[in-house]
Design a protein around this ligand. Structure first.
Ligand code: 0X9
Ligand code: CA
Ligand code: ZN
Length: 425
């Protein structure tokens, strides 16, 4: 699990303009975690990846390595060890192996919707800063109709480098569509619900991670002075920027919140979909840590109706464990990850609609387990263990939501639900 040092150390790593045709590729290095290195890390603004067994792991480009040397901080190269499980090029699928690039995802989403015309509808929810479409796939019987059915939202890849978080939502869509008509329970659930799947919320950042800098996290907002990116998981509108612990006002920070809530077109696309629909549950996929997190992220105080949030999360975790023997710990953000987040996705969905909203951090559990690099051969297993959790949440939304309607006891003004028009292709 990530340590409290995360926020301290993630003070930002702006990737400056690469010298003509040359990319400054980072190494993963580890440093011993002492009081003096921790203090120096703050000032060095390194890209902190996680900690384990008294060592801090950072992605360091040559410039950063030189600084570490100048500071006399000893470090150890971990790249060869950690890259052994990296996705490599040349495998079937595309330029990043079994993982989807944005273009491959687009192709596969089109394929899915054209193979299952009555069940799947592909919608452009909005456009990224660099004008890439942000796709949502709606899955339901009579998909062209708006029926009064339980709606569930599944999001992936707010953070560019978390490639596995594209694959789980995509594979879940494929699974629902391919099991329809064969598996009676999936058929029942698809008949009685409308599932919205948005596998790639941050297409610009993802593309940058694929082509230029694997560790890119934010979107590609030009903040001026050669500094790029807003952390999309700090840009939502509930308690946005409420303190400098859960996000940063510093543009070069890896957790830069942007200049205003929903300043980014990518978060606006999710917001507009959410406000237009009537979701009963939300899951937003990230990596890594192997945990199920529920609100609040912005405070250590428990959310209203925490018992329901916890009960569902624990049940999801129980259903996941037998698949591959991996345990996803469940809890409130601060309890699991040891740091606060403000302006994150699920705090906003929970505050806005009062419905169970989860951040699922996919495997591995830590940096030594591979960090943001999941082996291609592990994609399927990670999907397979997440499927029962998603199905359980879908069952709850279909069967149990009405009996236990979550309320909004914390006095938020009931947000207007403007009739937003979803752009069509
Ligand atoms: O910091 C984040 O945005 C998420 N972790 S990640 O390493 N994928 O960046 C965690 C968000 C946790 N959210 C809440 N606790 N509400
Ligand atoms: Ca329907
Ligand atoms: Zn993330």
């Amino acid at each position: 699990m990530k340590s409290p040092a995360f926020l301290i150390a993630v003070l930002g790593l702006a990737v400056g303009p690469a010298a003509a045709g040359q990319v400054d590729l980072p190494e993963i290095v580890s440093l011993s975690r002492t009081a003096s290195t921790a203090a120096k890390l703050r000032t060095l603004e390194l890209d902190f990846l996680g900690s384990r067994e008294g060592r801090l792991f950072v992605a360091a480009r040559p410039r950063d390595l030189a600084r570490l040397e100048a500071e006399g901080i000893p470090f150890r190269f971990e790249t060869p060890h950690l890259r052994s499980s990296a996705a490599g090029p040349g495998s079937p699928g595309g330029p990043i192996g079994a993982y989807h690039t944005g273009l491959h995802l687009e192709r596969d989403l089109f394929d899915l919707s054209s193979k299952h015309p009555g069940l799947a509808k592909l919608v452009i929810l909005g456009e990224s800063l660099e004008r890439r479409p942000i796709y949502g796939l709606k899955i339901s019987d009579n998909v062209a109709l708006e029926e009064d059915e339980a709606e569930v939202l599944i999001l992936g890849c707010h953070h560019a480098r978390e490639w596995i978080s594209v694959e789980v939502p995509f594979l879940f869509a494929k699974f629902l569509l391919e099991s329809y008509g064969t598996d009676p329970e999936v058929t029942r659930l698809v008949d009685q619900s409308e599932v919205w799947i948005v596998p790639l919320v941050n297409p610009d950042g993802h593309d940058y991670s694929v082509r230029v800098y694997r560790y890119w996290r934010k979107n590609r907002r030009d903040n001026g002075s050669g500094v790029y990116g807003v952390d999309l998981n700090r840009n939502y509108g509930y308690k946005w920027g409420v303190d400098n612990l859960g996000s940063s006002g510093e543009p070069s920070s890896e957790v830069f919140r942007g200049t205003a809530a929903f300043s980014e077109p990518e978060t606006r696309a999710v917001r507009d979909l959410f406000l237009k629909r009537d979701f009963r549950a939300v899951v937003s996929y990230h990596s890594f840590s192997q945990v199920i997190l529920y609100p609040w992220g912005h405070t250590t105080a428990p959310a209203p109706e925490e018992p329901l949030l916890r009960e569902l999360a624990l049940r999801m975790s129980e259903l996941m464990r037998p698949v591959n023997g991996r345990t996803y710990a469940a809890g409130q953000g601060i309890a699991m990850l040891n740091y606060l987040t403000n302006g994150d996705t699920v705090d906003w969905t929970y505050a806005t609609a009062g419905v169970p909203s989860y951040t699922v951090e996919l495997p591995p559990i830590d940096q030594l387990g591979g960090g943001f690099f999941n082996a291609e051969k592990d994609i399927e297993g990670i999907f397979l263990e997440n499927a029962p959790a998603l199905l359980h949440l879908l069952q709850w939304a279909v069967d149990d939501f009405a009996a236990r309607p979550p309320s909004l006891p914390f006095g938020l003004p009931d947000l207007l639900r403007p009739r937003l028009v979803i752009p069509r292709r």
